[in-house]
Design a protein around this ligand. Structure first.
Ligand SMILES: C[S@@+](CC[C@H](N)C(=O)[O-])C[C@H]1O[C@@H](n2cnc3c(N)ncnc32)[C@H](O)[C@@H]1O
Length: 202
């Protein structure tokens, strides 16, 4: 059994079923390439492996510092990398998983330098607006037309001294990015308070 201490993902799974299978019509047996920014213990990674990456040549690249974000306590990240790696090993699909440990911008730059492309980028790393914006800007260049960007925690907010710190939340970055790129974006009829997905067009 995989070992998890937190669950920030299970609630998304019925929504992902609808997004990928009903709205986008993805075939789980087709070869696909996914980049997940922020993997934590691998709950999302295992779902992608199980549901979207069944083809033997499908791959996922996982970017994480394994040090947590500003919102995490040290107790949440102790032993995190080992838990993630053990969960992936236990899935039996470790050969499909590449881990780039470090800040996401470094991993994304490496992928771009290698000329990589991705069918899906899941943006769920740092929740600080400047970091989310950098992730979106770099990850966009991995997506061909038809590629999908999935953003977590659209309406998540962090309170500091009883005030919401909008610079410490993803929304501002997602809104800025989607406004600037609106001519190249299509929104599937999907999205709920926690997540937004958009498809690259043109
Ligand atoms: C909310 S968790 C990801 C949850 C995961 N997607 C899932 O499905 O369970 C956020 C992760 O982002 C990582 N992270 C935070 N800042 C980062 C950064 N600048 N670069 C890479 N990873 C980062 C943290 O270590 C943490 O594991």
């Amino acid at each position: 059994m995989p070992h998890f201490t937190e669950d920030w993902s299970t609630g998304h799974f019925p929504h992902w079923q609808r997004l990928f299978f009903e709205l986008l019509g993805w075939d789980p047996t087709a070869p696909r390439r996914i980049v997940e920014i922020g993997v934590f213990e691998g709950r999302g990674t295992l779902w992608f492996l199980d549901h979207l990456l069944r083809h033997p040549e499908s791959r996922i690249t996982c970017l994480d510092t394994f040090g947590g974000g500003a919102e995490h306590l040290p107790s949440q990240t102790e032993g995190l990398e080992a838990r993630f790696r053990a969960n992936v090993a236990e899935s039996g699909a470790a050969a499909k998983v590449e881990v780039l440990k470090g800040p996401s911008f470094e991993g994304l730059v490496r992928l771009l330098a290698r000329g990589e492309r991705a069918d899906l980028v899941y943006v769920d790393g740092s929740h600080e607006a400047p970091d989310v914006l950098a992730d979106l800007v770099l990850a966009w260049r991995l997506l061909p037309p038809g590629g999908v960007m999935l953003c977590d925690d659209y309406l998540w907010s962090r309170e500091e001294a009883a005030r919401v710190d909008i610079l410490g939340c993803p929304k501002l970055a997602i809104d800025a990015f989607t406004n600037i790129h609106r001519r190249q974006i299509d929104f599937p009829l999907w999205g709920y308070e926690w997540q937004h997905a958009f498809e690259r067009i043109g």
